[in-house]
Design a protein around this ligand. Structure first.
Ligand code: HAM
Length: 409
């Protein structure tokens, strides 16, 4: 039998209801913040991700689903959503309009990682990208939006924040960090030796404990932020405190994508094991110009839906289901119309197209967890009536189809 690929899962009941609930909750809250829905293609030019996510990142270096298509184009299945939304924003010339705009999206992302609990090769994100707001109030609004989504989903979390500085303070910090890394070069892991050349900041979130013990003494960017980054970071903390959102400052939070500057954040859960990041994001003020657009400040986040599914404890609401059955072939056209009228009125209705005896229909309705079993036999058909049983109350009656419709909201 052909199985799904490793790290790529089907989403069936009961998780499918939780999946829909997460998307619905997050979309509703994003809309309250003025976000509108955007859909971008799954397949994009590979160059888009190389330039935005960064050649030195693990995502671009090791994890891309990249191939040459039949037209000889170098293409890639999106590993994340930001790059595509930025490309669409520039392509629609929205970088030339003098107004801020916010988008939300959801859908599959692809990373060729080593699958494990909470880490998939095809996973789903819900994300928001906000363009045109320079103010740190927007950073606080984005973080508040995520907190509201998690509160609505009844998920507890720890929020970690950091500032990654900007073009004024990052370069001198980078030099200091390289000097430090040179002083411990013999003791750090091979990955960090490589990162020291390509993207020294990424050494700070190395998973190797020996490296982490050494990096306790590494210089901290937070101690040498320029005045603008410092005042924004201070203001962000004040705003979060005033909103009642608890946070920790994590000076080693650098994120795995290269496009960030200033605010970076991650929401983590203590309840889902090693892959504990449930949402991440930050500011990326330079990305729009890097991809050929007019310089536009921007900030966004994405949450990992599969990681949230395990955390959302919900009672799947039971929508009453009507099961329709015919005892004779001749009743099927009437049943077909009755069921469709119910659906038009917003009810859930199923029809069993095979004529059966009443007892068989009742058994079938029970198997489908129906709330009502409605059957038409020869007599009911002649009298324009329907036999209806409420399976939870165990009450049955025969009523005119016309009256049956009147009982429905
Ligand atoms: P990210 O931190 O790479 O950021 O991914 C966001 C979230 O997606 C993670 O916190 C995690 O919950 C989920 N996730 C990532 N990789 C996997 C995986 N292999 N399996 C399951 N879940 C995963 C971004 O993607 C940025 N585009 C976020 C952003 C938007 N920054 C600015 N705007």
């Amino acid at each position: 039998m052909i199985q799904s690929l490793r790290g790529m899962n089907d989403i069936l009941a009961p998780q499918n209801a939780v999946y829909e609930h997460i998307i619905k909750t997050a979309s509703t809250i994003a809309q309250r913040f003025g976000c509108t829905y955007i859909e971008t293609p799954i397949l994009e030019e590979t160059a888009l991700f190389k330039r935005s996510v960064g050649e030195s990142s693990d995502i671009v270096g090791k994890e891309m689903y990249q191939f040459i298509d039949k037209g000889e184009n170098d293409v890639c299945m999106r590993p994340e959503g930001t790059a595509g939304v930025v490309r669409a924003f520039i392509q629609a010339k929205k970088d030339r309009q003098e107004k801020s705009e916010r988008f939300f999206y959801h859908g599959p992302m692809f990373r060729y990682e080593r699958p494990q609990k909470g880490r998939l090769r095809q996973f789903h994100q819900f994300g928001v990208e906000s363009f045109g707001e320079h103010s740190v109030f927007e950073d606080a609004a984005i973080i508040t939006m995520i907190a509201q989504i998690f509160d609505a989903l009844n998920i507890t979390y720890t929020l970690k924040i950091n500032s990654l500085g900007d073009e004024h303070c990052m370069p001198s910090y980078r030099d200091d960090l390289i000097t430090f890394l040179q002083s411990v070069e013999d003791e750090i892991c091979d990955d960090c030796k490589r990162r020291k050349q390509s993207n020294p900041i990424r050494t700070l979130d190395c998973k190797n404990q020996t490296c982490q013990n050494l990096y306790v003494n590494a210089p901290k960017l937070i101690n040498q932020l320029c005045s603008e980054c410092q005042s924004d970071f201070d203001q962000l903390q004040k705003l979060l405190t005033s909103t009642g959102i608890a946070f920790e400052i994590d000076t080693h939070l650098v994120r795995g994508l290269d496009y960030y500057s200033k605010t970076a954040f991650e929401f983590v859960s203590t309840e889902i094991g090693a892959q504990n990041a449930i949402a991440g994001g930050g500011r990326y003020d330079k990305l729009i110009s890097l991809l050929g657009g007019r310089e536009t400040p921007a900030i966004g986040f994405a949450l990992g839906i599969e990681r949230l599914i395990d955390l959302v404890q919900m009672q799947v609401p039971q929508t009453p289901l009507y099961y329709f059955g015919a005892m004779d072939e001749s009743a099927l056209p009437t049943l077909f119309n009755v069921a469709n009228t119910l659906r038009e009125k917003g009810h859930h209705a199923l029809i069993d197209y095979r004529p059966r005896k009443l007892a068989a229909h009742l058994k079938n309705a029970d198997k489908r967890s129906a709330t009502f079993c409605a059957v038409i036999g020869e007599n009911e058909l002649k009298e324009k009536k329907i036999w209806l049983k409420d399976l939870s109350l165990k009450e049955e009656k025969v009523i005119l189809i016309e009256d049956f419709f009147k009982t429905l909201a």
